[in-house]
Design a protein around this ligand. Structure first.
Ligand code: GTP
Length: 361
């Protein structure tokens, strides 16, 4: 009997609209999180669980994936790519990618949403699926407040009872964590050539058909990287070692400064910040819990908290940023204050502040 899965599909075709402008030039799974494209943390996890072949289901900015990840050999995996001319939804994308799978009809195939950072034990999830001869086994995580999610109650044996839409008083705080183990034949039964949502169509239909649909409940570190705040938090958690990843390109610590970055001797870079290759932090600047993408410049005395600065963007001397998102190539003149989730578009120019703000730094 086969005891582990060998193949996986990762869904990476979404437009990442909630992350704009960071996703203007690259797809969400290629945005750096703790110094490497966030998908590399997932690929490292898959390799550790014995997966050897991964099919990436691309659509938005499809060409950027091959440029960054190549054939996967550097990551110890074989990567293949399929692209949808028009996005097919999660189910349509899985069905489309299955054309490149080599597994037999009863083998286990892992499917991941390409924007989740998860420390759960994938090998145990796969083992549960195989031992229980399931058709589908979903990783379910437990959240404090499930109102923002659809919830997935299970019975005492782990069988999923329902897939429920968002509701004011959820009956369970177990939610779909975006990592599935499918029996290959279940994927092959998804209709071809049209938009299909696994969450809204395939999963409820499996329950209707009395298929064996299991919930693997594990409350490990889990974060949906769909928003700028989550992306910054995920990077920070990896740098600080709150979430472990074999893909982290340096030791765990207060900051991750990548090769080719320059940090002035009296600058402060800490609280899980990541300074990308070729980025610079000027004298007296403070970069706290923040992310600087490649070639970003933070000039003297600027203070950044919980912010992300895009590739090649420039933050002028004395600026104060908190929860700010700065697009690639933007330039923020000296002494500006950008607070409270503000987003500056790629290439935008903001002149120097005329009045010096007096915020509490
Ligand atoms: P937002 O636009 O910010 O909601 O992000 P998103 O487009 O990535 O959508 P969402 O977070 O709901 O998608 C969950 C996962 O499925 C992500 O990894 C997406 O890349 C992926 N995904 C969503 N729709 C499609 C699709 O039509 N095709 C493919 N290949 N992947 C998809």
């Amino acid at each position: 009997m086969v005891t582990q899965a060998r193949e996986a599909i990762i869904l990476v075709g979404g437009m990442g609209t909630r992350l704009r402008p960071l996703t203007v030039h690259r797809a969400k799974p290629l945005l750096p999180v703790a110094g490497v494209p966030c998908i590399e943390h997932q690929l490292a996890n898959l390799a550790a669980a014995g997966i050897s072949h991964v099919v990436l289901a691309t659509s938005y900015r499809a060409e950027t994936f091959t440029e960054v990840l190549g054939d996967g050999s550097a990551l110890g995996l074989r990567l293949d790519y399929v692209s949808e001319d028009e996005p097919l939804g999660t189910g349509g994308a899985i069905r489309n990618a299955a054309a490149l799978l080599e597994s037999g009809p009863h083998d286990a195939v892992v499917v991941l949403n390409g924007d989740v950072l998860s420390g759960h034990d994938l090998s145990t999830q796969v083992a549960m699926h195989i031992q229980r001869r399931a058709d589908l086994t979903l990783h379910l995580t437990v959240v404090d407040d499930a109102r923002a999610f659809g919830c997935v109650p299970t019975d005492g044996s782990g069988r999923v009872l329902a897939f429920l839409e968002k509701m004011p008083q959820p009956v369970s705080n177990q939610v779909n964590a975006g990592c599935y183990v499918f029996r290959r034949a279940v994927i092959d039964a998804i209709p071809t050539g049209r938009v299909v949502s696994v969450e809204r169509e395939t999963f409820p239909a499996l329950l209707q058909a009395d298929a064996v649909v299991l919930g693997y409940v594990e409350q490990a570190y889990w974060l949906d990287l769909g928003t700028p705040a989550a992306l910054v938090a995920g990077s920070r958690d990896l740098v600080l070692g709150r979430m472990r990843s074999a893909a982290l390109p340096g030791p765990v610590g207060e900051a991750l400064v990548l090769p080719g970055a320059r940090v002035a001797a009296d600058a402060v870079v800490e609280a899980g910040s990541c300074v990308g290759p070729g980025a610079s932090v000027g004298p007296g600047a403070q970069v706290l819990g923040s992310v600087l993408l490649e070639g970003a410049q933070v000039h003297a005395g600027a203070v950044l908290r919980d912010s992300i600065v895009g590739a090649g963007a420039v933050i002028g001397a004395g600026c104060v940023l908190k929860d700010a998102v700065i697009g690639d190539g933007a330039e923020v003149g000296a002494d500006n204050e950008l607070l409270g989730g503000i987003r500056v578009w790629c290439g935008a120019r903001i002149g120097p502040a005329v009045v010096r703000f007096s915020s509490d730094r």
